[in-house]
Design a protein around this ligand. Structure first.
Ligand code: 13P
Ligand code: SF4
Length: 311
């Protein structure tokens, strides 16, 4: 089926079934273009919490669709490819995390949304990269904190707040794929470019950045410098929306290490979703996300706390 045809068929099915398509900035351009909403992890969970659609098609990765399901247990939540996982979520197996939490009683458990429903069920409050600072600052200063699973975001928040946190040793492969050497060489070649980075990136990369923030934050920053030139250190899919929002900005994706599959850094999980898979999943209402009632009820509490604090 041709692409145009596929887009039209998706539109028609969406109307017929009262479905909404939510897409992350890292999705392929064709999916971003057909989505009802494109956003960062926080924006996507806020939209999922508000929607009155009967079906949510989540064009993102598994933990994002799972979060939408936790917020909407009675709705159908579809993910075009169930194998669209996340290296960061995988770096925090629920059993090991449960043992870790148990061995550190009296700690407030803050988890980054990039984790499984089971890990969220062990959490006091969830955060995303756009509200992590605010969430941690909302916790009394003398209260010890466990922060999981991203050690890079955790370290960054520790530096920003000056407080100590017990970090889980997880990370995102995509944000650890940037080459410092190539980034500095590129910056020498384009000295008037500003480096902007996502806080899942490693400390040495963050040190070179003039702006650090979530995907939505990075887009806002570029919007406030419409004639700016930027080297963008996050998943390269963001460049589509960024360029669309700010056509006058000059954008260069940050370079990845030699052994990476592409010159910039792309998330293979995010790229598993295609227009064809999106159409098929909406047509067949499958694959669906399932979360057991027990886990859903436990995981909802820390997500709702986050949403309440992010209003
Ligand atoms: P944000 O959408 O919160 O910026 O996070 C980026 C990311 O890695 C999502 O998986
Ligand atoms: Fe997970 Fe990293 Fe991909 Fe985001 S970019 S979904 S954190 S592997």
């Amino acid at each position: 089926m041709g692409r145009m045809n596929l887009k039209k068929k998706i539109e028609a099915l969406k109307k017929d079934k009262n479905a909404v398509i939510l897409a992350h900035y890292y999705q392929i351009p064709e999916i971003q273009e057909i989505a009802d909403y494109v956003g960062d992890s926080l924006g996507l969970s806020q939209r999922a919490a508000e929607t009155d659609a009967d079906i949510i098609v989540f064009a993102g990765v598994h933990f994002m669709a799972e979060t939408a399901k936790i917020l909407n247990p009675s709705k159908k939540v579809l993910l075009p490819d169930l194998d669209a996982g996340c290296s960061l979520a995988e770096s925090c197996p629920p059993d090991a995390f449960e043992a870790f939490v148990k061995s550190h009683p009296n700690h407030t458990v803050v988890t980054y949304v990039n984790c499984s429903a089971k890990v969220k069920a062990l959490t006091d409050i969830v955060c995303t990269s756009s509200n992590a600072l605010k969430i941690v600052e909302s916790i009394p200063e003398d209260q010890p904190i466990i922060f999981a699973p991203d050690r890079n975001l955790g370290k960054y928040i520790m530096q920003k707040t000056g407080r100590d946190m017990l970090l889980w040793d997880g990370s995102c492969l995509v944000h650890e794929a940037f080459s410092m050497e190539k980034l500095l060489a590129l910056h020498r070649e384009y000295p008037d470019c500003k480096i902007i980075a996502h806080p899942e990136s490693e400390e040495h990369i963050l040190k070179t950045a003039t702006y650090i923030g979530s995907t939505a934050g990075m887009i806002e920053y570029v919007k406030s410098h419409p004639k700016g030139k930027f080297i963008v250190a996050t998943e390269a899919g963001i460049l589509h929306k960024m360029q669309e929002e700010v056509p006058t900005a000059e954008l260069i994706p940050a370079p990845a290490k030699e052994d990476n599959t592409c010159a910039c850094s792309e998330c293979a999980f995010m790229k598993m979703n295609t227009l064809q898979k999106l159409y098929d999943c909406l047509l067949n209402e499958s694959p669906q996300i399932d979360v057991t009632k027990d886990i859903q009820e436990k995981a909802l509490v820390p997500i709702e706390r986050m949403l309440e604090l992010s209003k």
